[in-house]
Design a protein around this ligand. Structure first.
Ligand SMILES: Cc1cc2nc3c(=O)[nH]c(=O)nc-3n(C[C@H](O)[C@H](O)[C@H](O)COP(=O)(O)OP(=O)(O)OC[C@H]3O[C@@H](n4cnc5c(N)ncnc54)[C@H](O)[C@@H]3O)c2cc1C
Length: 423
């Protein structure tokens, strides 16, 4: 019986997956469910490290609201074709197949346990059940195509090792959050095969701004509308929570537009953020409200008046920026002061001079050019038998579960297709 089992394993297709992240583990589950013999090579000492950091430890798995604008890259038809094959409903079903129930909040989907570790453990237990082998501290350094097979060279604790297999799934992630293991080596492997790489840059990242309100208003969180202008032209606009830091801007609203700022700065363009701290109110309405408050409380300082409108720290910082003394008596603020304040509250302009690094970025924009890959199979057009999954590709999602959705979708497609006709 044992010999029979050995013989059967021998004729199974050997698939090696490079990287045990969300995409690699998903690919492993799907390939093994198709009957393939699956081995994952992971260069850190733990699988799914990044999953544990997602959604502030709660893991925002996917989102009920799906639109193609939530996925960015050089070819928007690519994520569309991917999602047509495996969408958010498939993700929720996939989670259930791992034993994980999901919950939804305003369209954002999380594991019901609200623990990212549930997702990591669910994937790990399914890999174990299916007989997937995971080798740790094995860093793949070279991939060679040998007729119908592949040969991988990897650095291990036992020295360099050669692995041979029928198919390879490259799911080595990006350069974002390198401490989780994604150090960009996947790009190098793809490049060594002659595949085109779109320059990887941070995305979903905090922005650094020229001096202004930042030192004074650091720590303030408020709702705002942010318009991102590149060389004077509007390229992105978002509404949501803004966070002011001592070097610039953060918060979801800024993360969402950040990829455009980073890309434009990389192209040496001028980037300006225009912040509306009162997006819920028209300019005239705000003017009337401020005017009436000053009339009603003429003895108050202008800072005290503004503290009824916005965070006091922010009010002080904006007044300083405008060169207005905080203790100026409100009744002494004439029309030009009021107009100046309104202009600042409804359209504070700040020059963006940089971003935080890959270490702080949640994802990368750029990566393996999607034109190299068939979106229906995730297989390389140049190298049949070589598949790609996850963030290594030139697709970056907005905040809200879209990056993991792309990892689950591409992992599932790559795993299924690589595992086809395995037995
Ligand atoms: C703080 C943070 C919070 C986030 N929150 C969310 C969220 O809530 N929702 C969401 O949708 N997205 C979120 N994201 C993004 C999301 O986590 C990633 O897009 C997704 O995990 C990428 O999965 P991946 O498998 O492609 O890559 P990774 O998870 O980076 O996995 C790649 C794996 O490959 C290994 N590897 C790399 N090179 C080699 C090599 N040469 N040999 C062997 N192994 C190698 C790495 O060690 C790693 O384990 C967040 C990201 C961060 C950083």
């Amino acid at each position: 019986m044992q010999n029979e089992r050995k013989e059967w394993r021998h004729i199974m297709k050997q698939i090696i997956i490079i990287g045990a992240g969300a995409a690699g583990l998903t690919a492993a589950v799907y390939a093994a469910r198709s009957g393939a013999d699956v081995r994952i090579l992971e260069h850190t000492d733990k699988a799914g490290k990044k999953i544990l950091s997602t959604g502030n430890g709660k893991c925002n798995i996917t989102n009920r609201f799906q639109e193609i604008s939530c996925y960015r890259g050089n070819d928007s038809s690519f994520p569309q074709k991917v999602l047509e094959q495996f969408d958010e409903n498939d993700t929720i079903n996939f989670m259930e197949s791992l034993g994980i129930l999901c919950k939804e909040k305003n369209g954002y989907v999380y594991p019901r346990s609200e623990q990212a570790s549930t997702v990591r453990e669910g994937l790990m237990m399914e890999c174990k059940r299916l007989g997937v082998i995971i080798e740790y501290e094995v860093e793949v350094q070279e991939i060679h195509k040998k007729e119908d097979a592949f040969e991988l060279t990897a650095k291990t604790r036992r020295g360099n090792q050669i692995y041979q297999c029928d198919k390879v799934i490259l799911a080595a992630g990006s350069k974002a959050m390198p401490k989780s293991g994604s150090n960009g080596s996947g790009y190098e492997l793809a490049k060594s095969l002659g595949l085109k790489i779109i320059k990887p840059l941070p995305a979903l990242v905090q922005l650094k701004c020229e001096e202004g309100i930042y030192k004074e208003a650091a720590g303030v969180r408020c709702g705002a509308n942010v318009k991102l202008m590149v060389n004077g032209e509007l390229v992105a606009e978002e509404e949501g929570e803004l966070q002011i830091t001592n070097y610039g801007l953060s918060g979801i609203v800024v993360m969402q537009v950040s990829r455009f700022a980073v890309k434009a700065l990389d192209g040496r363009k001028q980037v300006t953020a225009v912040i509306d701290f009162f997006s819920e109110m028209k300019r005239e309405e705000l003017y009337q409200k401020l005017f009436r408050m000053i009339e009603k409380f003429p003895e108050k300082t202008i800072e005290d008046i503004l503290a009824g409108f916005i965070n006091r720290k922010l009010a002080g910082a904006l007044l300083k920026e405008m060169g207005i003394r905080k203790d100026r008596i409100a009744s002494k603020c004439d029309e030009s002061y009021i107009q100046g304040i309104i202009k600042c509250l409804k359209g504070y302009q700040t020059e963006v001079i940089g971003s935080n690094t890959f270490a702080e970025a949640q994802v990368c924009q750029g990566g393996v050019a999607t034109k190299e890959i068939n979106p229906l199979t995730m297989e390389s057009k140049k190298y049949p038998g070589l598949y790609f999954a996850g963030e290594i590709l030139d697709v970056d999602g907005t905040c809200g579960g879209y990056n993991l959705q792309f990892a689950w979708s591409t992992g599932a497609i790559a795993g299924t297709k690589a595992g086809e006709n395995s037995e």
